[in-house]
Design a protein around this ligand. Structure first.
Ligand code: PMP
Length: 281
């Protein structure tokens, strides 16, 4: 059994409790944004950056948070304390609230809904050690992927296609270039240079991406932020993905073709070690 707690609009609930009214806009329209944060040993990893991204996402979809982002920090910190799970992950959703179904925004009397789950984290050790296989898949998402929107249908469909092929993730391709994974940021290594696509409206500004860029800078690893073509992806010496849940994860095959030697690459392994050191601080 997984250890977990749920929270909705000021109330702690069991995860299977019927807690959300049918006219919740998150449910009916996907009209909201979310964030996912890892806690290591009771401490939120890069919590400030996650809160900042959440603030930017709410602003981008014009959800007005009374009191700003600080009350959200308190909800998260209290939830983690209450759950009593030092190594956990938090999903927090903010929606435009509960109102009679209408595409138009409700009046200002309708407050945003805040819901959260806190669950025990089981690290993806085997995958990290051995590396994972991925597929490529057309990027069928909308034009504002920098917003961490609850609307994840294209991500879900691509991820399921990957799982059906026995793979861990789908690398999304737009106009012959890599954007990102369905739930992750993409990196390749060419020789001694680490390459990742630049921030744009087409990708989520990954928090783990920030961590890896920092690590590269400090360790003197050459890094380029530039577009990666599909050809470059297939010819890369190493490929890895990053995310809050998967940390730094080596990719050892793409569409059944080996990446490099077919084993996790050396620079990837160095970055994995440095990432563990960074988050254990
Ligand atoms: N891109 C997408 C589409 C994602 O869902 C995620 C996971 N949050 C990421 C990238 C990686 O972001 P982060 O490192 O902040 O988890």
């Amino acid at each position: 059994m997984t250890v977990s707690i749920g929270y909705i609009n000021g109330k702690y609930v069991e995860l299977d409790e019927l807690a959300i009214p049918i006219e919740e806009r998150g449910h009916q329209f996907g009209d909201g944004v979310y964030e996912v944060i890892r806690y290591y040993d009771g401490k939120g990893f890069m919590l400030e950056e996650h809160l900042e991204r959440l603030k930017e996402s709410t602003e981008a979809i014009r959800i007005n948070l009374e009191g700003g982002i600080e009350p959200i920090r308190s909800i998260i910190e209290e939830g983690v304390k209450k759950a009593g799970i030092p190594d956990c992950y938090v999903y927090l959703q903010i929606t435009r609230g509960i109102a009679e179904r209408n595409h138009l925004f409700p009046g200002s009397e309708v407050k945003p809904s805040i819901s959260m789950t806190v669950k025990k984290m089981v690290p993806r050790k085997k995958e990290a050690e051995e590396g994972v296989g991925v597929i490529t898949h057309p990027d069928e998402r909308w034009a504002n992927c920098y917003i961490k929107s609850l609307n994840l249908l294209p991500n879900i469909l691509a991820k399921q296609t990957a799982a059906d092929a026995g793979c861990f993730e789908a690398i999304l391709i737009k106009d012959n270039y890599v954007t990102e994974g369905t739930q992750s940021t993409m990196f390749i290594v060419e020789g001694v240079t680490v390459v990742t696509p630049p921030l744009s409206k087409q990708i989520l500004p990954g928090i783990t991406r920030i961590a890896v860029l920092d690590i590269c800078k400090i360790a003197g690893i050459k890094l380029e932020e530039r577009e990666i073509s599909k050809e470059e992806l297939f010819n890369a010496d190493e490929v890895f993905l990053t995310s809050t849940m998967s940390e730094v994860m080596p990719i050892t095959s793409i569409d059944n073709q080996k990446v490099g030697t077919g084993e996790p690459g050396n620079i990837t392994k160095v970055l994995m070690e440095l990432f563990v050191a960074k988050r254990s601080k």
